[in-house]
Design a protein. Structure first.
Length: 86
């Protein structure tokens, strides 16, 4: 675990141990605005992926239910929210 923690630290991450297990988190506070700008620039450069487009379509036509989203759709929704899409 110490080796993994050291490798993660070089990437700006750290291991967080809790009663529930182990998780990986940012080593420092993340600048949310900077992260949002990064996501928006990635969308501008590469466009949306298929899952993001599907989530937007479901959102637009009232077919979106967070209870039935797949994990990929949850990740896509989080990226869209971060990018400040309506």
């Amino acid at each position: 675990m110490a080796t993994l923690d050291g490798q993660l630290h070089r990437a700006g991450l750290r291991l967080l141990r809790s009663a529930d297990g182990v998780s990986i988190q940012a080593a420092a506070d993340v600048d949310v605005e900077m992260l949002a700008r990064l996501v928006r620039s990635q969308h501008a450069r590469r466009g949306m992926n298929r899952t993001e487009a599907t989530v937007l379509w479901k959102l637009r036509y009232g077919d979106l239910s967070e209870q039935t989203l797949t994990n990929l759709e949850r990740v896509a929704l989080a990226r869209l929210r971060l990018a400040a899409f309506p």
